[in-house]
Design a protein around this ligand. Structure first.
Ligand SMILES: Nc1nc2c(ncn2[C@@H]2O[C@H](COP(=O)(O)OP(=O)(O)OP(=O)(O)O)[C@@H](O)[C@H]2O)c(=O)[nH]1
Ligand SMILES: [Mg+2]
Length: 304
């Protein structure tokens, strides 16, 4: 099974509800109230929030259909509307500074450490010299986990020297080491933290302050690692991380196992975050750029 087909099959579980309603709309040559409700329900079931779903619906509900229209034509309209939201936000990671510093943040267990390895792998495969800093000293096993993953990704790694070391001191050491040893890329794997704990959130501000002492442009990217299984609470998390350290990007993980991956559309557009890619599994290669058309087609159950 191709990487995207895994996502497609989980995402499009809800899309089958669309077909019946849409045939009805074509017979009546317009989207009637019932059909609009039906489309909205499918969008919301896919993870897209109510406001964004309403926007998508209002864009397509003015449209009238003729007898040549097919269910797929209508699905295509919905897909195009979703694409128009995510396409301008979709991009790929590209080295922009030296070292190019990427900080990964998020709540517990979203996939930060795995994604640090996946991004490291992505850059080392392009021939870049990559350093990963294991800044999670909160969880005992996190250091070893990062060490193993970094090795798999052919990246160098900076680990804590002692238990419960101040994570900001690892940030400093890693940045200093990356500069002195001409690393192209520095990836910071931070500890998972609950967005409502202000002490933990302030620790992230300290990381940024420490980086800026050595390079005012760092971090070049501050990326939220968001778990597609989280549900609507993700909006609150995103807001909190954005307020604390000014996120600029988003990577959504576990899209291979969530039917609510449409939330990606909502948070990227609401918080103006660049979508740097998606996690499609647990392996080091399970990281791909988002293809807006494939993704939107999967939400409405269109075969791409
Ligand atoms: N199916 C799937 N599993 C993933 C993906 N990304 C990460 N995981 C799994 O999610 C679990 C947590 O991943 P970690 O990378 O340790 O998450 P973390 O954010 O570093 O966790 P903390 O440091 O404890 O906050 C692991 O079992 C990963 O293998 C993904 O894209 N798809
Ligand atoms: Mg981790």
């Amino acid at each position: 099974m191709g990487v995207f087909s895994k996502i497609k099959s989980t995402l499009s579980k809800t899309a089958s509800f669309l077909t019946f309603g849409l045939s009805n709309a074509i017979t009546k040559k317009k989207l009637d109230e019932d059909t609009i409700e039906n489309i909205k329900e499918v969008l919301i079931l896919s993870g897209i929030d109510v406001d964004t779903s309403s926007k998508i619906i209002s864009e397509i509900s003015k449209k009238r259909f003729d007898k040549e229209s097919s269910v797929d034509d209508v699905k295509n309209l919905i897909s195009l509307s979703i694409q128009s939201i995510i396409t301008p936000l979709t991009t790929t990671l590209e080295k922009k500074g030296s070292p190019y510093v990427i900080m990964l943040v998020g709540i517990n267990g979203t996939g930060k450490t795995s994604t640090a390895g996946k991004i490291g792998n992505f850059f080392s495969k392009q021939g870049h010299k990559v350093l990963i800093a294991a800044c999670d000293t909160f969880r005992a096993a996190a250091q070893e986990q990062m060490e193993i993953i970094a090795k798999r990704a052919h990246c160098s790694v900076i680990l804590a020297q002692k238990e419960k070391q101040d994570p900001s001191s690892i940030v400093f050491e890693a940045m200093d080491h990356a500069i002195k040893n001409d690393f192209d890329i520095l990836i910071l794997d931070t500890a998972g933290r609950i967005h409502s704990n202000s002490n933990l959130m302030d620790q992230l501000k300290k990381h940024v302050k420490v980086l800026k002492k050595l390079n005012d442009h760092a971090p070049h990217e501050c990326i939220l690692i968001a778990d597609a299984l989280t549900g609507s609470n993700l909006m609150k998390q995103t807001e909190a991380f954005k307020e604390t350290i000014g996120l600029n990007g988003l990577i959504m993980t576990k899209l291979d196992s969530s039917s609510k991956g449409g939330i990606l559309v909502s948070i990227a557009s609401k918080y103006k975050l660049k979508i740097y890619g998606i996690g499609t599994g647990e392996k080091i290669d399970d990281f791909i750029p988002l293809n807006p058309k494939e993704f939107a087609d999967a939400i409405v159950g269109l075969d791409t």
